[in-house]
Design a protein around this ligand. Structure first.
Ligand code: ADP
Length: 212
């Protein structure tokens, strides 16, 4: 299965993509995670992307298309994959089409902006290993400390409320048109994000015809 998870920043698509990855045993590919790792390691890609990410803007299409071409050419993608948070522009979607990639289904996770703003305010991340937490929904065992590596947790600069609002604006203008793009192809399913993560997972599995 070749899948795309679409949804605003903080809608929970990454969490759902991970659940489906485990269930179907196909890789979940997050351009956000690839970029964040590149920023942490200060690679040439990371240095180019950082300014855009901190400002809540999208990273230029050419960089993203390059990442995706390289990643999808690897052997573990032969049986299928989940694209989490990519494509985010019509140009990226067209590039996938031009690569000859046939997507089976697009899951669109829908959550109101106000809910997202509240949720993101509680997100915390480990600057060392990249693990993520949430003050209310997924707290670390020891307050403020990463469970995995013991580093002090931070609020990512792109999770600050002003940046979140900017990211949502960018989402509505640049990414939401993909609902139409894939809707017209007849492969879009919208899942309304629920308060309880497990309920969203159930609806996502149902949308994909996967038994729990
Ligand atoms: P979120 O889903 O919380 O927005 P991500 O981890 O997916 O966070 O992405 C973090 C940042 O990386 C985005 O705000 C954006 O700047 C950049 N990014 C990730 N994927 C893409 C993409 N497909 N196109 C452009 N920019 C991207």
């Amino acid at each position: 299965m070749k899948l795309i998870f679409l949804g605003a920043p903080g809608a929970g698509k990454g969490t759902q993509a991970e659940n489906v990855q485990q269930k179907l045993n196909i890789p979940a590919i997050s351009t956000g995670n690839i970029l964040k790792e590149a920023v942490r390691n200060q690679t040439p890609l990371g240095l180019q992307a950082k300014g855009f990410m901190d400002a809540g803007q999208l990273v230029p299409d050419e960089l993203i298309i390059g990442i995706i071409k390289e990643r999808l050419s690897r052997a573990d993608c032969e049986k299928g994959f989940i694209l989490d948070g990519v494509p985010r522009t019509v140009a990226q979607a067209e590039a996938l089409d031009a690569m000859g990639v046939t997507i089976d289904r697009v899951v669109n996770i829908e959550v109101p902006d106000e809910t997202i703003i509240v949720r993101m305010a509680g997100r915390r991340a480990c600057p060392s290993c990249g693990a993520t937490y949430h003050l209310d929904f997924k707290p670390p065992a020891v307050e403020g400390i990463c469970d995995k590596c013991g580093t002090a947790l931070i609020q990512r600069s792109d999770d600050h409320p002003d940046t979140v609002k900017e990211r949502l604006k960018v989402y509505h203008i640049q990414t939401q048109p993909l609902e139409d793009y894939y809707g017209k192809k007849g492969i879009l399913t919208t899942v309304v994000g629920q308060q309880e993560l497990s309920d969203t997972t159930r609806l996502t599995f149902k949308a994909l015809g996967i038994s729990e």
